[in-house]
Design a protein around this ligand. Structure first.
Ligand code: FDA
Length: 312
C-alpha cells in the first residue's frame, strides 16, 4: 500500500485530476495549513502562542520550467519578508527540485543563494529538505557549498538510507546543522533499509551522533520510541534541553507537540501551504494506512454532492 501511494504521488496526470475534487482538498487540509500565505501565518501564530516555533514550506516540487523556479524563488523571498513583518517565530524549508535542481544544478544553486542571502539579512534560517535518493548527493553538495559562505543554512538526513551515517559525519565536520528524519520516499533495498526496525535502529544511531556534536540539530519524528530515546540520550550525557529541538509535521500528533513544549523542549512544527499539495498529501497517506479511512469517510460523505470543480 505504501509503495502504491508513493507511486501515485509521482503521477502528474493524477495530480491534476485530484486537484479538481473538493473532498480531497478537505483531506489535504488536515496536513496542509491552507493555500495562501495568510492561512500559513495564521497556523504559525496558533503554534507560537503555545510556545512552538514553525518552519514554513511553500508546497511544490519537480519544477521543470526555469521561469517557475524563478517565480518560486521570488515567492519564498516574499515569504521571508512576510515572516519578518508579522514578527512570528518561524524559519523556512525549501525543496531544491522546487528551485530547479532537476533542470540545472548551478541554476538551482543561484536560486538557493538568493533565498539564503535574504534570510541572512532578516536573521532567518533556511532548511533544505531532502528528496528522492537521485537528488541526495547534489542536494548535500549544494548545501555544503552554501554553508561555506553562509551560517544560516541546514540539511536534512534520512535514516532509511545506508549512506546516511557517512553524510551525517561529513555535515558535522563542515559545521552544518541537520534535521534527522526517517525518510518519506520509495527507495530500493540496494540503498535503503526496508524494515521499520532497521530504519529505527539507524535513526537512534544517527540521533546519538548528532546530539553528541556541539551543533544545534533537529530530531524530526512523531515516533514516541525515537523521542524517548533522544530524551534519554540527552539526559544521560547531560545535554541541555535547549541544545536541540524536536520537529513534527502540521496536523500530526499535536498532543505530543504540545506535551514536549510544556516539558521545556524546543519544538518546531513544519507548516506546508500552497496549491501544490498533492504529492505531499500522498506521502502523508503512505506513512499511515489508517489515514486512508479518513479519505474513505470523506469520499462516502461527499460522494453524492462532490462534483469536480474547475481549477481556479
Ligand atoms: P513512523 O512513520 O514510524 O511513525 C510513528 C508514529 O507517528 C505513527 O505510529 C503515527 O502515530 C505517527 N505518524 C507518522 N506519520 C503519520 C501520518 N502521516 N499521519 C498520521 N500519523 C502519523 N522526509 C523526507 O524524506 N525528507 C524531508 O525533508 C522530510 N522532512 C521532514 C520534516 C519534519 C519536521 C518531519 C517531522 C518529517 C519530515 N519528513 C521528511 C518525513 C519523515 O521522513 C517521515 O516520513 C515521517 O516523519 C513519518 O515518520 P516518523 O518519524 O513519524 O515515524
Amino acid at each position: 500500500m505504501r509503495a502504491f501511494l508513493l507511486f501515485l504521488s509521482r503521477r502528474e496526470g493524477l495530480k491534476n485530476f485530484a486537484l479538481k475534487f473538493k473532498f480531497l482538498r478537505k483531506v489535504a487540509w488536515r496536513f496542509v495549513a491552507g493555500e495562501t500565505i495568510d492561512d500559513a501565518i495564521r497556523a504559525v501564530r496558533e503554534n507560537n502562542q503555545l510556545g512552538i516555533r514553525c518552519s514554513l514550506d511553500l508546497l511544490g516540487e519537480y519544477t521543470l520550467v526555469h521561469a517557475d523556479a524563478e517565480r518560486t524563488t521570488i515567492d519564498i523571498i516574499g515569504m521571508l519578508d512576510r515572516i519578518r513583518t508579522e514578527g512570528v517565530q518561524c524559519n523556512v524549508s525549501v525543496k531544491l527540485t522546487q528551485l530547479g535542481l532537476a533542470l540545472d544544478s548551478e541554476f538551482c544553486g543561484r536560486n538557493l543563494t538568493s533565498i539564503i542571502m535574504r534570510a541572512r539579512e532578516l536573521d532567518n534560517f533556511i532548511r533544505v529538505d531532502m528528496e528522492e535518493s537521485r537528488y541526495t548527493s547534489q542536494t548535500l553538495e549544494l548545501v555544503l557549498r552554501a554553508r561555506r559562505e553562509f551560517e544560516n543554512v541546514g540539511a536534512v538526513i534520512q535514516a532509511y538510507l545506508y549512506r546516511s551515517e557517512r553524510d551525517v559525519r561529513t555535515l558535522i565536520a563542515n559545521r552544518t546543522r541537520v534535521r534527522l528524519c526517517k525518510g518519506a520516499y520509495l527507495e530500493p533495498d540496494t540503498i535503503a533499509f526496508k524494515k521499520k526496525r532497521d530504519t529505527d535502529a539507524n535513526y537512534i544511531l544517527l540521533m546519538k551522533i548528532l546530539l553528541d556534536s556541539d551543533l544545534y540539530h533537529a530530531i524530526a519524528t512523531h515516533d514516541e520510541a525515537m523521542i524517548a530515546a533522544a530524551k534519554e540520550h540527552a539526559r544521560s550525557r547531560g545535554i541541555a534541553k535547549n541544545h536541540f529541538e524536536f520537529q513534527m509535521l502540521y496536523g500530526i500528533r499535536r498532543d505530543l507537540q504540545e506535551q514536549l513544549a510544556r516539558e521545556g523542549y524546543n519544538v518546531r512544527v513544519y507548516v506546508p501551504y500552497g496549491r501544490r499539495w498533492y504529492p505531499y498529501l500522498m506521502r502523508r497517506l503512505a506513512e499511515r494506512p489508517a489515514n486512508l479511512f479518513f479519505v474513505a469517510r470523506n469520499i462516502f460523505m461527499h460522494s453524492r454532492r462532490d462534483t469536480p470543480i474547475l481549477r481556479d
